[in-house]
Design a protein around this ligand. Structure first.
Ligand SMILES: Cc1cc2nc3c(=O)[nH]c(=O)nc-3n(C[C@H](O)[C@H](O)[C@H](O)COP(=O)(O)O)c2cc1C
Length: 322
């Protein structure tokens, strides 16, 4: 029998893991002394993530978060991926505290501008040496090229009205939104002022975006190049092509915690992997063979000390199924 208080502690910590658009799709059901991990069927992204890869990566992040939390309680977790559910977790044996556990509370997606920092540069160089699944771009020119590639790819996706509608459904552009502090992407987390948030809501509307695009304004409105160019480095995160996305998610979270451990803030730029042209260009330029899959590109750097983005999360009651 798993103590319900322990389960609550472990799920609370697991829920701090990243998830795509902060949809928080992972649910936890205690059963016969084990924990069955399931997916909330209502929390998917059929347009942006039709194969459910990013959702599966998000489950992997959450389960890795659960494992790290259990280890802090001295408990080892056996993770068995499961065909019908996401995974079945069995707590057995003794575990040592995970060195990344100390960084779970501080990890955030930071979407603002970075500060120039020699220590961040050193940290990125060290990570490049220790993480074989990262290609670290540190040259200013390479980062600027990637920033342009990112804006091109973003524009291609934003031109799809169905993609915009799905994204907007997860945006919380005003504090009055009922789910502002619960899930999705709120304006503060997206580093938008209230005015910018109101503007984004307008620009992304059907008809408005197309009209702005016709007069050549859409690109500038979705452009993030200045923020990307402020990064100390961009890390291309790649994994074996045949790795199940759930396993990729477990590594995804550990890599991100390692960034936090190194004093770096990060933001993924998934569109660089999702957009065929951008992904093909990056793969060719950086010699990623067919045996590797580009998972995402993280922009990395030092965030100003005062800019700690919020962490909207669902209450535990909706994550633990009884
Ligand atoms: C698979 C995956 C893909 C993501 N892609 C993006 C992305 O393209 N752009 C972005 O800004 N954040 C991206 N994120 C970050 C999530 O939006 C973020 O984890 C979520 O909003 C929760 O916020 P937190 O990371 O600060 O806890 C991604 C996260 C995951 C797990």
């Amino acid at each position: 029998m798993l103590d319900p208080r322990v389960l609550r502690t472990l799920v609370a910590e697991a829920s701090l893991a990243p998830s795509v658009h902060n949809i928080q799709p992972t649910r936890w059901r205690p059963e016969d002394g084990r924990v069955v991990v399931t997916a909330d069927p209502a929390r998917r992204l059929p347009i942006g993530d039709p194969e459910g890869r990013d959702v599966a990566v998000s489950h992997g992040c959450a389960v890795e978060g659960f494992r790290i939390a259990a280890a802090s309680q001295g408990l080892a977790v056996e993770v068995a991926p499961d065909g019908s559910d996401v995974a079945v977790l069995t707590l057995k044996g003794v575990a040592e505290v995970d060195p990344l556990a100390a960084f779970v509370g501080a990890r955030r997606t930071y979407r603002g501008r970075f500060e120039a920092s020699p220590s961040a540069r050193d940290a990125c160089a060290r990570l490049a040496e220790t993480c074989p699944d990262l290609v670290m771009l540190q040259e200013q020119e390479a980062i600027a090229d990637l920033a342009a590639l990112y804006d091109d790819a973003s524009l291609r996706w934003f031109r799809r009205a169905d993609y915009r509608a799905e994204l907007v459904s997860w945006m919380r552009l005003s504090r009055r939104h009922a789910d502002w502090a619960r899930d999705g992407l709120n304006a503060e987390a997206m580093a938008m002022s209230p005015l910018e948030a109101a503007g984004a809501g307008l620009v992304l509307r059907p008809g408005v975006f197309e009209a702005l695009d016709k007069v050549g304004l859409a690109r500038a409105l979705v452009a993030e190049a200045p923020v990307v160019r402020s990064a100390t480095a961009v890390a291309l995160f790649h994994r074996p092509a045949d790795e199940p996305p759930f396993e990729t998610g477990r590594r995804f979270y550990r890599v991100w915690l390692a960034f936090t451990q190194a004093g770096l803030s990060a933001s993924p730029m998934a569109v660089l992997a999702d957009d065929e042209a951008a992904s093909a260009s990056l793969r060719a330029e950086h010699g990623l063979g067919l045996d590797r899959r580009l998972i995402t590109a993280f922009r990395l750097g030092l965030a100003p000390a005062s800019r700690q983005p919020p962490k909207p999360r669902l209450p535990l009651e909706s994550l633990i199924l009884v």
